[in-house]
Ligand binder design. Structure first.
Ligand code: FAQ
Length: 313
């Protein structure tokens, strides 16, 4: 069959919402952009363990510590499902990790900001996981089967993450003056970086056109960002706190909240590697990879031994 026909049939499947599976024919660019997005998503989950990991030893109670450990462990698990989903497209995990370590592959800008106080654990759960879910609920319907299925499971866990973050902030918001100030300060610092998680404005989003045509993405960066603002602008009222945006206002004509301009210069600086913690995060990942070499070697030796044993039997 000619490649033109194959492409036509492929697009028909996409238009009928039939999932694309690993062994199906797909255009090279579809394979490439899915590998890019899924592996970057996996890197984000794993690098995303670092800001919260910083607070495990300083959690204020045993209960909070247990919750935080469970959440961080979940993020590591999400990274694993996603690396496995990306591997089905033909790229090895080692290559993906090398690309992260060399700076070739991106990961979410948000994880290049520092977690300065305990209240940041609540703000990350509520705002960062909240933004992540907004995007990931859409991705449960993405066209590539293994990615969509990984997302269903991930979303279930992420919604628990968001709720625990909100509950943690709710406790602080009802506490002493000092606790309320910590809560407000964390919201102030995480709000704008959380909005940046959705990516550049639609007109600057280089991948969106193809990703929308192929139903990898089902909503645009700006649509999801607006949905997030509308949700958080209501939830903040329950906390009795404010969002650091004087332009935030309900617009009855648009039926959405208006909000202020994002600092796009800051966003691109962070994406290019010049954020507050970029170097620290990559160093931590490289160190973890080197320190884990003996675990990978032991697992490989065990697998080889088991294989030999099975063959002999
Ligand atoms: N940071 O053309 P677009 C989480 C890049 S998971 C860095 O619009 P696209 C869980 C983009 O890659 C959070 N780079 O790109 C958790 C592209 O460059 P490239 C991660 C960004 O792919 C919580 C260029 O800019 N979630 O948080 C960012 O169509 C708590 C142009 O952009 C996902 O990865 C950014 N924020 O749309 C874990 C979801 N935005 O690759 C621990 C899956 C854009 O061509 C603790 N990903 N860029 O060199 C997606 O949905 C999409 O990839 C977007 C970007 C929406 C992120």
């Amino acid at each position: 069959m000619s490649s033109h026909n194959l492409e036509e049939q492929f697009q028909q499947k996409i238009d009928q919402d039939i999932k694309i599976e690993p062994k199906d024919w797909m255009p090279d660019a579809y394979r490439k952009t899915n590998t890019r997005q899924i592996s970057q998503h996996a890197h984000s989950e794993v690098v995303g363990m670092l800001p919260e990991g910083n607070w495990i030893s300083r959690a204020p109670s045993l209960k909070r510590k247990a919750i935080l450990i469970a959440k961080i462990q979940d993020e590591g698990g999400h990274g694993l499902y996603l690396y496995a989903a990306a591997e089905t497209l033909g790229q090895s995990r080692e290559q993906m990790i090398n690309d992260l370590h060399s700076g070739k592959a991106k990961y979410s800008s948000i994880f290049n900001y520092p977690a300065l106080t305990w209240a940041d654990m609540g703000a990350i759960g509520w705002l960062v996981d909240g933004a992540a879910i907004m995007n990931q609920v859409m991705l449960t319907r993405t066209s590539y089967g293994p990615y969509a299925r990984a997302m269903v499971r991930i979303c279930k866990e992420e919604s628990f993450h968001q709720r625990q973050g909100f509950e943690s902030l709710l406790v602080l918001s009802k506490g002493s003056e000092e606790q309320r100030a910590l809560c407000q300060d964390a919201i102030n610092r995480w709000w704008w970086p959380a909005l940046m998680m959705f990516g550049p404005r639609d007109q600057e989003s280089t991948n969106s056109d193809m990703s929308l045509k192929w139903r990898i993405k089902r909503k645009t960066n700006d649509e999801l960002r607006q949905q997030f603002v509308d949700m958080i602008a209501e939830q903040i009222k329950v906390l009795g706190m404010t969002l650091p945006d004087p332009a935030l206002q309900w617009n009855a004509t648009r039926n959405h909240y208006d909000f202020g301009e994002i600092n796009w210069d800051e966003f691109w600086q962070v994406v290019k590697g010049n954020g507050p913690c970029n170097k620290e995060r990559l160093e931590a990942r490289k160190k973890a990879w080197e320190k884990g070499a003996w675990v990978r070697e032991a697992a490989q030796a065990y697998a080889n031994k088991k294989n030999t044993g099975t063959k002999a039997a």
